[in-house]
Design a protein around this ligand. Structure first.
Ligand SMILES: Cc1ncc(COP(=O)(O)O)c(C=O)c1O
Length: 371
């Protein structure tokens, strides 16, 4: 049966993303008994202890009961934490889910979104498979180019996506630059500020998007529990904005998508996650200092900025290096898909595992760089 006539053009031509195989399969495939995941920026410390206790103590009988359809108690916890109203939050099955809701709420055929060419690709993917145009502005000095983004806005531009700090380069706009940009956009379109890695930034100049949502009703901030709060496996993230903008996005959102354990664990993380944030930041500082020193002595070019990851330029195909490192039980992220051919991205983890990575790089790169 030919189903093609049922499918819009933009779906027919869209190539779906293939996630990596389960660890068990990969270990067999590459013949490695242990696999260290340095590919997804997961938190090596796991979730905060209070969130771990929620998962451990979850009464199995509660699995038969639907969760709160709008993550009521989590939104109350977020509102208290950030001094906002619960209606200013919309919780999703990972922040990836709320990306879709924002696009559905604001875009129709012929509209476009604007973002960078080398950033978190889901903004561009969702636009593409939803049939909207996407305009990709090249990074400038590895950072989002404000002038370039502004020059792409037209009457059909509905959303600008800014990843701050940017995944994968770790660069970010400071508060002044963001405010200047928001003033220049002047309410012409929605500005999404994806702060998936916000909690990792220790410098004072990083803008806190939540402090700007009341002043800029067209600003939407994304946050996730997948990174700093170590709940990636439970799939939970959220957006925040003015009540007006959140009410619009809510219309394009399917309720009950966030499960009970995720909601409760995230609430515990919000209320009792402070020590965990400090411990994770300390681990990041140690890991980054170690990597910088090691990569310098290997003579490699790298970007070690904000966020929980480091990008490294390598003298061979990133996909070939991926296979070589997999055989040694080290899973990194190839960057060709991010339009950075022959770069890899590595999650910062404990120094013991980073040492294994550095040793593996030294050996595998020897034939290529005369190390
Ligand atoms: C910049 C950025 N935004 C959003 C996400 C998605 O997060 P979630 O797991 O909440 O869907 C990621 C995950 O890698 C990310 O890097």
């Amino acid at each position: 049966m030919d189903l093609k006539h049922l499918v819009p053009d933009y779906i027919q031509h869209y190539q779906s993303y293939v996630p990596s195989k389960p660890d068990q399969e990969l270990k067999q495939l590459y013949g490695c008994p242990v696999l260290h995941r340095l590919n997804n920026n997961e938190n090596p410390l796991g979730p905060p202890p209070a969130a771990q206790a929620i998962v451990r103590q979850f009464p199995p009988a509660k699995s038969a009961i639907y969760p709160s359809g709008d993550s009521y108690f989590l939104r109350v916890a977020l509102a208290e934490q950030f001094g906002k109203h619960p209606e200013q939050f919309l919780v999703g099955n990972g922040s990836c889910e709320v990306i879709s809701s924002v696009l559905k709420a604001f875009c129709e055929r012929g509209d476009n979104i604007v973002t960078a060419d080398k950033t978190f690709a889901v903004y561009e993917w969702v636009a593409e498979f939803s049939g909207f145009d996407r305009r990709l502005v090249p990074l400038k000095d590895f950072a989002f180019d404000d002038e370039g983004l502004l020059s792409q806005i037209d009457v059909r531009t509905k959303i600008i996506f800014i990843c701050n700090p940017n995944n994968p380069t770790g660069t970010y706009w400071d508060r002044d630059r963001l405010i200047r940009f928001l003033n220049q956009v002047a309410g012409r379109c929605i500005v999404v500020l994806d702060e998936a890695y916000f909690e990792y930034v220790e410098s004072n100049d990083v803008p806190d998007g939540l402090s700007l949502i009341d002043q800029y009703p067209n600003l939407i901030v994304f946050r996730t529990f997948s990174k700093m709060y170590g709940l990636a496996g439970l799939r939970i993230g959220y957006l925040a904005g003015s009540r007006e903008v959140v009410d619009l996005v809510r219309r394009a959102y399917v309720v009950y998508s966030v499960n009970t354990i995720a909601q409760a664990a995230a609430s515990a993380a919000v209320r009792q996650g402070e020590d965990h944030v400090l411990a994770t930041r300390a681990l990041m500082r140690e890991g980054k200092a170690f990597l910088q020193q090691a990569l310098n002595s290997l003579g490699l070019t790298y970007l070690c900025n904000a966020g929980s990851y480091v990008m490294i330029q390598v003298p061979l195909s990133d996909t070939l290096l991926y296979r070589k490192l997999m055989k040694r039980g080290l899973m990194i992220r190839t960057m060709t898909g991010f339009r950075f051919p022959n770069w890899i991205r590595v999650t910062v983890v404990g120094v013991d595992i980073l040492q294994q990575l550095v040793d593996a790089l030294a050996e595998e790169l020897k034939p290529y760089s005369g190390l």
